[in-house]
Design a protein around this ligand. Sequence first.
Ligand code: SF4
Length: 214
Amino acid sequence: MQLHQENNRSVSGQSTINYAHYHCGTYALGPGYRSVLWVQGCPRNCAGCISKKWAEEKVANEASPQELAYLLLQDPQITGITISGGEPLLQATQLIELVCECRKHKDVDLICYTGFTFEEIVSDQTHPERAQFLQYLDVLIDGPYKEELDDERGLRGSSNQRVIFLTNRLKEYEFEANSRKVEISKEGVEELLMVGLPSKSINEFLAKRLKDFQ
Ligand code: SF4
């Protein structure tokens, strides 16, 4: 699973993050008021993936960790950051830089989704930076999305995925039992952004409403 994102370096030698989108300010993807970063590129091709466009292995938007930290923390009310994708761990080195940069300015909590399992990450000798990245996270939601195991519960996509508390910081928050919520925000003139994990009924409702608008 080699992707071009690994060890992204610009001509100037500064590292860059290849990201699909970011959103500053949501209550839909974890406790508190959060920013979300969706990285670009994932090789898994899970059936039912809700971010197929962002899983495409291509360069989408590029920014340095410093630039992205600024964008993610631009609202002073932000208390945490959720990183999703795409597959975040393919850019673990750059994401470590991002997290360090964010925490220089604010002690935000961190949640990260990955299609790798925890065991795969910590036993991977060829990519030690992935296990290193875990040291910065409060919660890891691990494993590939399996549509047939999507029980519409909480912040994990399917029941094979685990909410792993890597620190005690977010332990009080109910990640699995809460019902799902999504927020729709208008991005630019023509685009709508859905933040959160939709239930099937929300997905169907949105698909119908979008058809009505076409
Ligand atoms: S791991 Fe996530 S982003 Fe990648 S294909 Fe599966 S659902 Fe989509």
